[in-house]
Ligand binder design. Structure first.
Ligand SMILES: C[S@@+](CC[C@H](N)C(=O)[O-])C[C@H]1O[C@@H](n2cnc3c(N)ncnc32)[C@H](O)[C@@H]1O
Ligand SMILES: O=c1cc(-c2ccc(O)cc2)oc2c(O)c(O)ccc12
Length: 347
């Protein structure tokens, strides 16, 4: 009987732990909104709690609550703390350094996008599962995700900044680790290339490669290459993709269902000139060698794609099915980009 009640209590704790998990996200967002990582960074040495409190834009009546926020974030590894007999001081960790606003690979824009109420609200999706609305996002907002982004300049900027911050890190890794992937190629279209962060890095590192950033007209309107071998073209990838030796699809296919992915891949195949290839950068689920945090993060991404697009993250079998359905003959997966993999696809 004693063992039974222990199990019940453990199960209750498990449920409460998951139920309260939103407190992790919201505490992190509150700290970033108050610029706590930047304030500690600027101080340049372990920052005593009292100095931190007096440096923050908070009401004096709220001073005592900052310790509580710092305590939970320290527990989850966002700050480290040192105690002496007088008080506690805080320092940044690797994770909070990546939240600094001026860090070249700052994750802050991604965090602000993911936790924006416009993206958060559709996560109450049990009703969507009971009706025939296309996506939870459309059920909540009445339009598809990219149409909403196109009509809301603030969200458009937030989305493009978030994608660019991720692309900055991915582009450095791709170019460093996969130089060979681009060797021998003459031209490249970065389909859904956003504001061009990835294509700019490729154009700079491979001056012989003619690069095009291809995205929806409102995304590329008014943008200019800055390199002789880079230009922007607006259009719709479901209609036609500009011809090139290689087609890059980074973070594209996880936004679409299987039928739509096959259409995009077929349009990519039509666009390939001579002996070219499609280069996909996206997630591959169910890699057995992964640690638990990576597995869970991929599962979160999968549900984010379901909520925004009724789309999904895919395992290798699901990728292979799409690739062969679109008429390609071979593919090679290289799983070394953190959460993402590089998939080369051959006609
Ligand atoms: C998730 S973002 C990826 C951006 C970029 N590839 C990156 O990795 O940072 C998807 C991109 O696809 C673009 N997109 C959506 N629908 C499109 C369409 N029909 N034709 C061309 N681009 C489209 C969006 O505007 C957005 O920039
Ligand atoms: O809400 C998101 C978040 C991402 C995302 C998060 C973290 C990364 O390192 C990269 C990307 O990507 C998204 C995306 O591709 C999309 O089309 C919609 C929403 C999000």
């Amino acid at each position: 009987m004693e063992g039974h009640s222990d199990k019940l209590l453990q199960a209750q704790t498990h449920i409460l732990h998951h139920t309260f998990s939103f407190i992790n996200s919201m505490s992190l967002k509150s700290a970033v909104d108050l610029c706590i990582p930047d304030v500690i960074h600027k101080y340049g040495q372990p920052m005593p709690l009292s100095v931190l409190i007096s440096s923050l834009p908070i009401h004096p009546s709220k001073s005592t609550f900052i310790y509580r926020l710092m305590r939970i974030l320290t527990h989850f590894g966002f700050f480290s703390q040192h105690k002496n007999e007088l008080e506690v001081s805080y320092e940044l960790t690797d994770a909070s350094r990546l939240l600094l606003k001026d860090h070249p690979f700052s994750v802050t824009p991604l965090m602000q996008l993911i936790l924006d109420p416009i993206l958060l609200r559709p996560h109450q999706y049990s009703n969507w599962l009971k009706n025939d609305d296309l996506t939870p996002f459309e059920m909540e907002h009445g339009v598809a995700f990219y149409d909403y982004v196109g009509q809301d300049p603030k969200l458009n900027d937030l989305f493009n900044d978030a994608m660019a911050s991720d692309a900055r890190l991915v582009s450095i890794m791709v170019i460093e680790k996969f130089e060979g992937v681009f060797k021998g190629l003459e031209s490249l279209v970065d389909v859904g290339g956003g504001t061009g962060t990835m294509a700019k890095a490729i154009a700079k590192s491979f001056p012989q490669l003619d690069c095009i950033v291809f995205d929806l007209p409102h995304v590329v309107a008014g943008l200019q290459g800055g390199y002789d071998n880079l230009k922007y073209v607006g259009g719709n990838m479901f209609e036609a993709i500009p011809p090139a030796n290689s087609i890059l699809l980074e973070w594209i296919l996880h936004n679409w269902n299987d039928e739509e992915c096959v259409q995009i891949l077929k349009k990519s195949k039509e666009a390939i000139t001579r002996e070219g290839k499609v280069i996909i950068i996206d997630m591959v689920m169910e890699n057995e060698k992964e640690d638990n945090e990576s597995i869970e993060t991929k599962l979160f991404f999968d549900l984010q794609m379901m909520v925004l697009f009724a789309a999904k993250e895919r395992n290798e079998n699901e990728w292979a099915k799409l690739i062969f359905s679109a008429g390609f003959t071979n593919y090679k997966i290289t799983p070394v980009l953190g959460l993402k993999s590089l998939i080369e696809v051959y006609p």
